[in-house]
Ligand binder design. Structure first.
Ligand code: R5P
Length: 282
């Protein structure tokens, strides 16, 4: 049985379809004091898969509640799918006294599950913080699917760390050059991007990243491009927080694409199939 978190209802339904499993009825309520209640009534199964992107603190709480409710209903095997794992970018105490948030949430999630499956975590090292078996799949494999026909394409990643994603998209698309920018982060919403060497004049450019959060990285990268034909941006996790869409539109982006690890209007492609394959092989 597939049990959706409130932020992953479409993906959970697509996954239930792929796996030919039932979709659990879930209920989400909020009490007058602001506290949440996520419940999974009528679940009668030995094995359940919770699909819950932890895109907010509330979504984290809901996940812990669903895990608890399933255990309480007698489900003996609980798999937790985190299509997007929140708090994973705080993977170090960057200043004295700061938490390693990724570790804190991984520990909490581990208490109510037998295993974890996630999609393109910020760093693979996030998996080490779970005390149950944890695995990640690469969400970039589906990112080429919605791209239009491109003219002499260049696939760029905004930093060296995302070059594998750009290569994966280029590989799936079937042609094009791959390069990357150098990025220095100045603050949570400010980045400095050094241009890539590749000549983009009159060519279609696709910039590929794991996540678009504030849009600063993407818009900073686009500003360095000299006379491209069209610019597309694509990412696994289309967080698109605050004024990210405005930044991208002002930067001249033709189209933004993302997957349904975070359900947005830009979620043009689903990770349901690769997730289903991974779940079948567990
Ligand atoms: C950073 O290492 C990530 O790969 C992304 O480039 C970054 O988190 C995107 O954030 P923003 O959209 O806020 O620049």
């Amino acid at each position: 049985m597939i049990v959706p978190g409130s932020a992953s209802q479409s993906l959970a339904a697509a996954l239930a379809d792929e796996l030919d499993r039932a979709l659990a009825p879930v209920e989400f309520e909020r009490f007058p004091d602001g506290e949440l209640l996520a419940a999974a009534p009528e679940v009668e199964t030995d094995s359940a898969v919770i699909v819950a992107s932890t895109i907010t603190s509330d979504a984290h709480l809901e996940l812990l509640q669903l895990q608890d409710a399933l255990r309480e209903s007698g489900v003996s095997e609980v798999t937790t799918v985190l299509p997007y794992m929140g708090y994973a970018r705080q993977d170090s105490a960057f200043e004295p006294g700061q938490p390693v948030s990724v570790r804190a949430v991984a520990r909490a999630v581990s208490t109510g599950t037998d295993r974890v499956l996630t999609v393109s975590p910020h760093e693979e090292s996030a998996l080490e913080h779970f005390s149950v078996p944890a695995r990640a799949i690469d969400g970039a494999g589906v990112l080429a699917d919605p791209l239009p026909d491109l003219s002499d394409p260049v696939f760029l990643s905004p930093d060296a760390g995302a070059i594998d994603l750009a290569e994966t998209v280029r590989e799936s698309y079937g042609e094009g050059e791959v390069d990357y920018f150098e990025k220095t982060r100045r603050s949570g919403s400010e980045v400095e991007i050094t241009p890539s060497d590749v000549v983009v004049e009159d060519r279609d450019v696709v910039i590929v990243d794991d996540i678009i959060a504030t849009g600063s990285t993407m818009s900073g990268a686009i500003a360095t491009l000299e006379d491209p034909q069209r610019v597309f941006v694509t990412c696994v996790h289309p967080m698109l927080a605050a004024n990210a869409r405005t930044k991208l539109a002002r930067a001249g982006v033709e189209q933004v694409y993302g997957t349904d690890t975070i359900e947005r209007a830009e979620s043009e492609v689903s990770v349901a199939r690769p997730l289903a394959e991974a779940l079948r092989s567990l």
